[in-house]
Design a protein around this ligand. Structure first.
Ligand SMILES: C[S@@+](CC[C@H](N)C(=O)[O-])C[C@H]1O[C@@H](n2cnc3c(N)ncnc32)[C@H](O)[C@@H]1O
Length: 466
């Protein structure tokens, strides 16, 4: 192990826990640093390097070691102790450098850098607007804020490699950031780690992490996509897919997938285009404790939680549930009641242990009812107006959502265990007649197995594609 890695390891072991947590000082292991740096295009001439949120400087040092003699390095780090260690690291590597001990979000950075590298803090923040040369961009966490600053600091043609969570690739929160990123630079490499724990074993980072390489120029025709990499993989020789950026983008919020869509799904409209909508359950239980009831006294309404929707058909009441199964009529005043009819409920949260990410459940209710906000529900209204489905259509949607085709689609869209309404609205779905056909062939009350669902759905979709 070289001195650069030793400085990093020693610092990580001795960082004061409170400051480590406050500034998210999860320092990059040497193997991941090397891998990230290997994504830069080798340059014969000296380059100007920027390391943003440098920690002990392992990323800047690796980049300098990979660059031509005469290259220079600027590092920005908020923590004085780490900034001093970064200085030591860079001295050891022998690169001309300056370490700026300041806030990376406010320090002045001219757009002069050929190489920017970063493993920023990931925390959520109150949304802020950052000024860029192509207008303001709104961000709601530190890693996208750092990435905006990193890209702005690139000179034309410059390259940036970032170690970041995968969450920016989907979801509504990140839509303005994606829009901005796609408009100002070329997405060149997307490399997603296969295991959440592998890469930052010693720092207990549990998010799904990726390497992203972008460059300041028009989008290059090909994006290289690596799925399921491990820290010791040599990315220069590792198998990957080349794709057109447009083939990886989904829907109006421009979700970025890690694979080209399954050919079976390619010609299908999205759920929103098909006149369906996904909303989130309206009851936030801890704000409505006073209306929750254990017993069905007079004028109560059924209340559905995730537990009630844990199989293909929702159950109510759930015998033995710890959760109150009813609410009183005050629910009407609170605007949380949904109309009689059929819906497909979808759990918003899955656990890593569950084999399925998307877990749908058919609900046909003959009385108005209430849904907890840990569930999404599919209907045919809008975000303001819930219109239920016919039972047969709701059954078809439920079966569609329970298929492996959909589960795989969702995993390619999202690295998180949460299932967002926004992402589901972009889900490809067969036309109504085909959903009704699926529902007729697979009566939900017969409890079809996953294999039955997959077999019937593949047949129906193949027929649509003919
Ligand atoms: C995830 S660590 C990564 C450190 C280093 N780049 C590496 O890869 O080992 C994030 C670093 O950003 C620093 N940091 C956090 N907030 C910052 C800010 N607003 N400005 C500059 N540095 C910041 C932290 O102190 C920490 O060193």
């Amino acid at each position: 192990m070289g001195l650069v890695a030793e400085i990093r390891d020693t610092a990580l072991a001795s960082l004061p826990p409170a400051r480590k947590a406050e500034f998210e000082q999860y320092l990059t292991p040497e193997s991941v640093a090397r891998q990230a740096v290997s994504l830069f295009t080798p340059a014969v001439n000296p380059v100007r390097i920027l390391d943003l949120g440098a920690g002990t400087g392992i990323l800047g040092a690796e980049t300098a070691a990979f660059s031509a003699q005469g290259s220079s390095l600027t590092a920005v780090e908020i923590d004085g102790q780490l900034a001093a260690l970064a200085h030591l690291t860079f001295e050891h590597v022998g690169v001309t450098h300056q370490v700026v001990c300041d806030n990376a979000l406010s320090v002045l950075l001219d757009p002069v850098f050929d190489r920017v590298i970063l493993n920023p803090p990931y925390k959520k923040i109150t949304p802020i607007s950052l000024a860029t040369e192509s207008g303001y961009v709104s961000v709601s966490n530190l890693y996208t804020a750092f990435l905006v600053r990193a890209v702005c600091a690139l000179r034309p043609g410059g390259e940036c490699v970032a170690i970041i969570p995968r969450s920016w690739m989907n979801g509504e929160y990140f839509a303005p950031f994606r829009q901005w990123l796609f408009s100002v630079c070329s997405i060149d490499v997307i490399a997603v780690y296969g295991s959440r724990q592998d890469h930052f074993k010693d720092s207990s980072v549990l998010q799904e992490i990726m390497l992203l390489k972008v460059s300041k120029r028009r989008q290059c025709p090909i994006v290289s996509v690596y799925n399921g990499i491990a820290p010791l993989d040599d990315l220069r020789s590792k198998g990957h897919r080349d794709a057109m950026l447009n083939d990886l983008l989904v829907g109006s919020s421009r979700i970025l997938r890690i694979q080209v869509q399954d050919a079976l799904l390619a010609g299908l409209p999205t759920l929103a285009e098909s006149g369906l909508w996904v909303s989130t359950g309206k009851l936030v239980w801890f704000r409505n404790r006073d209306i929750l009831l254990n017993e069905p006294v007079k004028d109560v309404l059924p209340l559905y939680w995730s537990d009630n929707a844990s199989s293909l058909e929702a159950t109510h009441p759930m015998m033995g549930s710890r959760r109150e199964q009813w609410v009183d009529a005050k629910a009407y005043e609170r605007h949380v009641v949904l109309p009689v009819g059929s819906y497909c409920l979808v759990n918003r949260f899955s656990s890593k242990e569950q084999s399925r990410r998307v877990m749908p459940s058919l609900l046909s209710s003959t009385v108005p009812f209430v849904v907890d906000n840990k569930l999404n529900y599919v209907h045919q209204g809008t975000s303001r107006n819930t219109i239920p489905l016919d039972r047969e259509l709701a059954a078809g949607v439920t079966l569609w959502l329970s298929s492996s085709l959909v589960d795989n689609w969702y995993r390619e869209v999202s690295g998180s265990t949460q299932v967002n309404a926004t992402d589901l609205r972009e889900l490809p779905i067969p036309p109504r007649h085909a959903l009704l056909d699926i529902a007729r062939r697979l009566p939900i009350e017969d409890k079809p197995s996953h294999e039955d669902v997959d077999r019937v759905i593949t047949t129906v979709v193949e027929r649509l594609n003919r």
